[in-house]
Design a protein around this ligand. Sequence first.
Ligand code: DON
Length: 330
Amino acid sequence: MTTPSHAARPRPGGSPALQAWVDEIADRARSRLGTGRVADYIPALADQDPERFGLAVCTNDGQLYTAGDAEMPFSIQSLSKVLLLSLALRTHGDALWQRVGLNPSGMPFNSLMQLETERGKPRNPFINAGAIVVADHLVGAFATPSKHLRDIARTLSGNAGILIDRQVLASEWQHRARNAAAAYLMKAFGNLDNEVDEVLEAYFACCALRMSCADLAIALNYLAADGRALTTGERFVPPAMAQRINALMFTSGMYDAAGDFAYRVGLPAKSGVGGGIVAIVPGRLSICAWSPALDASGNSVAAQYALERISEGLGRWSQEAGRLAPASVS
Ligand code: DON
């Protein structure tokens, strides 16, 4: 891909009606603040302000609509699993599926139960064990996989200032017991090529990337656009790969609540314990909502609410002259 300096980042603006709609959804989502709990199993995340809320919607024709704390960087955590998977599929293709499955786990994202009975092959690339296997592929392919992923995030978002948060990385490393257990179990089953510590460090560093809602909605727009990156105009992944990543997000992106979220929102989505959720409307737009307080499954309460409202409104939108416009706001 081209370097970040060549990237053109969409700026907020476009349809005033759509901006008003995004503003209204953000106002309504703020009524959900106060429910849920900030993740504290990674101590560096525990002091996030639960009152923060951001929303960014990026259309495939390059219009960006933002509300609230949409430009504030936060810890992307498992949202990195989408970028990791995209990169691993680019470099290894379908061979990846010999080592990680394609089915929902129906279990918490850090559960070890299936890993033992299923002989070290994680159910899907969006649970922690699955992303660790994906990271193992990248450790084999790149000298510094997390910096490579950071640079891809910079290029895809058009933001050269994206950083890995060293404090979050150190905190995850210090409290790595469960992820280390998964990695050693997979190593014992022959499903990890590289040293456990090296793979875990790469995985944690990717989780510790800090990006804003606007960065993420822009960066992951390729999933709404048949794999084409908005900032560079280049194809980041082939169309069929974008479609398959969306399918995996739909079935496994929201942890053990994937079915519930699919029923309520009906969009491919991926969640992270930093409170971010990215959702994709294929062929039309990418969305990122963020608020740090999580429900029992680890999904942001206010972000889910905002995505539910956006999904409801999508059906009433009319598409005129290549521009999305909401018909009315309830
Ligand atoms: O490994 C962890 O537990 C965190 N770095 C990421 C967890 C997360 O966001 C949810 N995982 N699928």
